[in-house]
Design a binder for this molecule. Structure first.
Ligand code: LLP
Length: 427
């Protein structure tokens, strides 16, 4: 997990030349720290992989919606994948004339209207009733809604069940058969402009096979669609889901490999038929920012309990409200000390937060040499960590800072204040 951007020097953990300890002195804990060079490198790698092909990679805002990160993605020509009006508002605030795709099974009339008024690139429609609703809202605005239909290809992405989305039993998209009917209905709806097709099979996917299977299924669907309806699609959206390493023994395909292999499958398929390939769209989140961030926390108490089978608890000042992935998905985040110690008297720790639930754990069985007051860091906290933080137990959401390419540290999200938590309430 250590690498070019996060590394030890003389026993101290650094992010791009800056001591984590110094960042903590200024911004306190818990704090998310992101490496701008790491994010920029990923964005450059995406652009290099696109290399003149008709591809738009949309950044999945849900992974990390900080305005500064959206701005970075926008300046590197990425589009945006959003799932709510809130996310759309973030994108509109951070990027001029963004290309936005809007997915999700439960778009409200207001959200559909807002998307259409802001000239969205595509509404990814996930059901027949939604298609009719989009037609109705577009009618009210007297415009034609650019639409793609989300197909559920029934492919097993081999990931945690909560983040698998392309299986028949999942709530997402339409089966091949229902999808065909949806396109036929769409042809008859006056305010629907059929633009594309989309599919997203899940997240944290560690091999290319499920993506290849899904792409093949989408292509055979398109084959049938052309034959049955004559519809010619102007884009194919293959979604996101590329995994990242959360530990050194996980080896997902690189961004380049993923983009090259999947886009070539589509491009070659079209060329073989003497057709021009449509524009390709992707919706990548985790693989853009996941490994770019860490969460730093302070050890408050060390508690050795003979009663709980001799377990050692390290109670820290971050909790499940700051990092919910471990308890929600049994997810693993590497934990390392911010300062290496000379004398190592290590123990196996269950690292827990102050929240009043036994589910409030962030790591289990970790061999570390810890003392009270130590700083520890959780790796791979750039995606789905700050974005899933909550105020449970009336805890404030952490500060988020970024180490910039010019080696300065910039706060991008202030630590929440107690006033901000209380201000919404009416007594
Ligand atoms: N497109 C759609 C329609 C999605 O639902 C998602 C993620 C993405 C794109 C981006 O997927 P990515 O490239 O980031 O894998 N909270 C979970 C992850 C949930 C993913 C939800 N959808 C986690 O912490 O692992």
């Amino acid at each position: 997990m250590l690498g070019k951007n996060f590394y030890y020097q003389g026993g101290d953990l650094l992010c791009d030349g800056i001591k984590i300890e110094n960042i903590v002195q200024k911004y306190s804990t818990p704090v998310f720290i992101y490496s701008e060079p790491h994010i920029k490198e990923n964005l450059n790698r995406i652009n290099k992989a696109i290399n003149g092909k008709q591809i738009t990679v949309c950044y999945a805002v849900k992974a990390n919606p900080a305005l500064s990160i959206l701005k970075l993605a926008g300046t590197k020509n990425l589009g945006f994948d959003v799932v709510s009006e809130g996310e759309m508002r973030r994108v509109l605030k951070s990027s001029p004339e963004p290309k936005i795709v809007f997915s999700g099974v439960g778009k409200t009339d207001e959200e559909i209207r807002f998307a259409l008024q802001n000239e969205i690139f595509s509404l990814n429609v996930e059901s027949l009733p939604e298609l009719n609703r989009v037609n109705m809202v577009a009618n009210g605005l007297n415009i034609r809604a650019p639409v793609s239909i989300r197909i559920n290809p029934d492919v097993n992405p081999d990931t945690h069940p909560y983040i698998a989305t392309g299986l028949r039993e999942n709530k997402f998209g339409l089966s091949m058969e229902d999808g065909m009917n949806a396109y036929k209905t769409a042809q008859s709806l006056p305010f629907i402009d059929i633009k594309g097709i989309d599919c997203h099979i899940g997240s944290q996917i560690l091999s290319l096979e499920p993506f290849e299977q899904a792409t093949e299924k989408v292509l055979s669907f398109i084959d049938q669609l052309m034959k049955e309806t004559g519809i010619v699609l102007s884009h194919i959206n293959l979604g996101g889901g590329l995994g990242i390493p959360y530990s050194d023994n996980e080896n997902p395909p690189s961004l380049e490999h993923f983009l090259n292999v999947t886009s070539d499958v589509v491009i070659n398929w079209y060329r073989k038929r003497g057709l021009n390939p449509p524009h390709l769209v992707y919706e990548l989140g985790r693989s853009v920012v996941g490994n770019s961030g860490i969460l730093v926390a302070k050890v408050l108490y060390l508690k050795n309990t003979m009663e709980s089978n001799g377990k050692n608890f390290a109670v820290i000042d971050a909790a499940m409200n700051d990092l919910i992935r471990p308890t929600l998905y049994n997810a693993h985040h590497e934990v390392v000390p911010v300062t290496m110690k000379k004398k190592t008297c290590s123990n196996k720790w269950e690292i827990v937060g102050p929240i009043c639930e036994s589910g409030d754990w962030l790591a289990k069985n970790r061999e570390l040499s810890l003392s009270e007051g130590d700083l520890i860091c959780f790796f791979s906290a750039g995606a789905y960590c700050s974005s899933m933080a909550s105020n449970y137990n009336s805890r404030r959401k952490p500060a988020e800072v970024i180490v910039s390419c010019d080696n300065t540290v910039r706060e991008i999200v202030r630590r929440e204040s107690y006033d901000e938590i209380l201000n919404r309430e009416i007594t």
